[in-house]
Ligand binder design. Structure first.
Ligand code: HEC
Ligand code: HEC
Length: 359
């Protein structure tokens, strides 16, 4: 009897451990994608939260007049961005100031929005929901009341958040859990760089990788770590994109329909009404002169899907982006010192483009 005790205890411990593993929420597990860190537990959530979040993300009923969902600006087949418009088009056709960013790997972003003004993915959700020119809800209460009364949503909220149901917090957490599952990793780049499978990238892509991390200095901001790569330094920089657009006199080439472009005077299409016709980036948040025209460093995985590029969608293709950097960005007094003319050869530029496409 006595000798059996330790064995019994060991079995009991193993059983407890197994039960704990089974009971752990699915989202709290380590991200198994090669080249990505684990998804922060704060946003990972459970599968019930993700299911609910997915339904909310695609639901036009979340906008004031039932026309706009998150997915209409963050289009899944377009890298969770919008390929057709440089600047987002919101409620009743209102043109926004900025390009819809891709949502791939957004769970890892420390500063959200192009100016980094939000730090909490679940709280971010209320930005577009309440913005008059985005989803146009006049308040939080009426939307929550609608969801609480909805026969389809009630059981989904109960399953995801027992005893809480639909609240300002749970709505945000559900959508954040869905977004946190939009991962891009474990691809050819990761197999080649982190998995030791050299042939997963072509020789030209490897050349692009070497220029990206070497001569062109891209990886100084779009970081590639020893075990994982998020391609961002979680900070902001003045690359001169914002300065160039301002220098263009408030006019911008806007795509109205596939293949149809028109030079639009931003003041004339109602942007003056926002009270901030000029976009000066991070400066608007901090008022620090060094933050003028500084924008957060985007993560580049899946970047070939989410054209056009930059906070204002002013560059159409990856080749244009590489040209922009090669020319030293948009020269201005507070340009980031890491941005300088690169003197890349046509072959080197082409190699960077194919490398970016491989991400
Ligand atoms: C009308 C188009 C539009 C709609 C609708 C919209 N967004 Fe966005 N989204 C944008 C734009 C434009 C930005 C960038 C705004 C800025 O930087 O000031 C953005 C930024 C974001 C970001 C920050 C990403 C990053 O890399 O920093 C997240 C997350 C996001 N949106 C999620 C959502 C969710 C969730 C919804 C629905 C509740 C939603 N969006 C609805 C256009 C839209
Ligand atoms: C000084 C830091 C810095 C360096 C160096 C840098 N970038 Fe960037 N990159 C940024 C920032 C900041 C943005 C966003 C600018 C904006 O939105 O206006 C950006 C945007 C981009 C985008 C657009 C992504 C999108 O989703 O819109 C691509 C592609 C890109 N960079 C590739 C490169 C390449 C290739 C190089 C090297 C030739 C490079 N970057 C060098 C900071 C940097």
């Amino acid at each position: 009897m006595r000798r059996a005790a330790p064995a019994f205890r060991a079995n009991f411990l193993a059983l407890c451990l197994a039960l704990m593993l089974f009971a752990a929420p699915a989202g709290a597990q380590e991200s198994s994608l090669l080249g990505l860190p684990p998804v922060p537990a704060m946003v990972a959530g459970t599968s019930a939260m993700r299911r609910l979040g997915e339904k909310l993300f695609f639901d036009r009923g979340l906008s004031a007049n039932g026309t706009l969902s998150c997915a209409m600006c963050h289009i899944p087949a377009q890298g969770f961005a919008s390929n057709q418009s440089a600047l987002s088009i919101g409620m009743e056709g209102r043109l926004l100031r900025r390009n819809a960013p891709s949502l791939y790997n957004v769970a890892f972003k420390k500063f959200l929005f192009h100016d980094g003004r939000e730090t909490d993915l679940a709280a971010q959700v209320w930005g577009p929901l309440l913005a008059a020119d985005e989803m146009g809800n006049s308040g939080i209460g009426p939307l929550i009341a609608r969801l609480r009364a909805d026969a389809e949503y009630r059981p989904l909220f109960e399953a995801a958040f027992p005893e809480e149901g639909a609240t300002m917090m749970t709505l945000g957490r559900a959508i954040a859990a869905y977004e946190a599952a939009l991962l891009r990793g474990g691809g050819r780049f990761d197999r080649a760089v982190y998995g030791g499978e050299r042939s997963a990238l072509t020789p030209q892509e490897w050349k692009g990788y070497e220029i990206f991390t070497g001569k062109a200095g891209c990886a100084a901001c779009h970081l590639i770590g020893p075990e994982t790569a998020l391609f961002t330094d979680q900070s902001w920089h003045n690359t001169g994109v914002g300065f160039r657009s301002e220098a263009a006199g408030g006019k911008r080439l806007v795509q109205l329909a596939p293949g149809v472009f028109q030079n639009v005077d931003l003041a004339a299409v109602g942007l003056a009404k926002t009270g901030a016709p000029n976009d000066v980036g991070r400066f608007e948040i901090t008022n620090a002169p060094t933050d003028r025209w500084a924008y957060t460093t985007p993560m580049l995985r899946g970047v070939s899907e989410s054209l056009p590029y930059m906070h204002d969608g002013s560059l159409r293709t990856l080749a244009e982006v590489v040209e922009f950097y090669d020319g030293g960005g948009g020269a201005n007094p507070s340009l980031d010192p890491k941005i300088r003319p690169l003197e890349l050869t046509p072959n080197e530029k082409a190699a960077i483009v194919v490398f970016l496409e491989a991400l």
